[in-house]
Design a binder for this molecule. Structure first.
Ligand code: G3P
Length: 214
């Protein structure tokens, strides 16, 4: 499973990149707002740090507007993937982007039928938001499992990108199910890394080596 970082914070992206653990980046308008810089400024900076798919989301909600914004985003760097909301106008734009060779990440997916239509439209990635489903008492991982199974049944090329990940168990389960990608907040990447026995073991080694006090 590929791991993307779900962030527009350059410090977080650089940190994860330096660890060598990320294959790409996803952003969304909320993450861009949090980063405090406009997308057109931050996107080229992210593309300089990570050599992999970088999702940048359109703001327009009509097909013509999505196509205009998406084409401009795709021109920023060959690694840019245009992130499009899962609405009718969005799917129309995805079909055109696909025909033009522009890669897409169809976002805000909350159901299997939505994911099936996104694949039909030619989406490169589908982003089911599993954490937000869990937040309202559903089972987001069930949706990931359904999409992986149905895409597999018909040999669909669209990659399942598990999004809205909240904790390490989401990552482990998404990998077991066979999601192609999981996009993780920086905090979850650090949580995956952590194990108390590693810390205890390291402290003991350092103590025995005489470089740390007990
Ligand atoms: O980037 C899309 C997704 O990962 C958002 O996650 O935590 O805002 O539900 P969240």
């Amino acid at each position: 499973m590929q791991i993307f970082i779900d962030s527009a914070d350059l410090n977080e992206i650089r940190d994860a990149q330096a660890m060598g653990v990320i294959d790409g980046v996803t952003t969304n308008p909320s993450l861009i707002a949090k980063a405090g810089k406009p997308l057109d400024q931050i996107l080229p900076e992210i593309c300089e740090v990570v050599d992999g798919p970088i999702s940048a989301e359109v703001i327009a909600t009509d097909t013509a507007g999505i196509l205009k914004e998406g084409r401009a985003l795709a021109k920023v760097h060959p690694n840019v993937v245009v992130k499009v909301p899962l609405i009718a106008d969005g799917l129309k734009a995805v079909r055109t982007f696909t025909d033009e060779g522009i890669r897409t990440n169809v976002t805000l997916c909350f159901s299997l039928p939505q994911a099936m239509l996104a694949a039909k439209a030619g989406a490169t990635y589908i982003s089911p938001f599993l954490g937000r489903i869990d937040d309202i008492g559903g089972d987001g991982m069930d949706l990931i499992e359904q999409i992986v199974e149905v895409y597999d049944n018909y040999g669909l090329d669209t990659q399942v990108l598990a999004a809205s990940i909240r904790h390490p168990l989401h990552v482990v389960q998404a990998a077991e199910i066979g999601a192609h990608v999981a996009t993780l907040p920086h905090k979850v990447i650090l949580q995956l890394l952590k194990h108390p026995l590693t810390d205890i073991g390291l402290a003991r080694f350092l103590e025995d080596a005489g470089v740390a006090k007990s």
